[in-house]
Write a protein that binds this ligand. Sequence first.
Ligand SMILES: [Zn+2]
Length: 192
Amino acid sequence: MTENRPLPYRLREPFLTTVELALFRLLVEIMGGRYAVLPKVALNDIFYIVRPNENVHFFNKIFRKHIDFLLCDQKSMKPRFGVEIVKPATKDSMRIADKFMEELFLDAGLPLIQIPSNDEYKATDIISLFQVAMTKVEATTPLRLNNKDSVPNCPKCGKMMVLRIQRNGTRANKIYYGCIDNPHCEGVVTIE
Ligand SMILES: [Zn+2]
């Protein structure tokens, strides 16, 4: 039987909270040249479960959950970073849910940047957190260091490179790779 009543769906407002929107804008500003910034991506769309029949419990852990932002390579749309806003926690008392997210991303080899909830974000703080997350992933998966697609080696000395942020000039707030041996080595790779 057809009814004339409209379907019971309404548009949620706002789509992003004030805090999410502030972080979204900053992520687009500093990473947008290289990465697409996607808000609210279902974990189920990023990860799959091996041997799903044996691992139902692990499926339930990610089902209906999402990451605040997924940063994907602009060209291939391959996931590169997860960004999650977390409640500020003391050093020893990371919330169980945040701990699980950290392990999940780390095991799958995707850096997860956990950013304490704040009204205002600073580009330099965000970049430091990206560096921490990338270092963690690289420390647990040495093979990933050979992946030229993620982090380049220094064109001058061949050492590892780290994400840095341009402090001033026309490229202020833009990220680039700098040699880990800076200031001894001035090797840089720009990110377009
Ligand atoms: Zn170098």
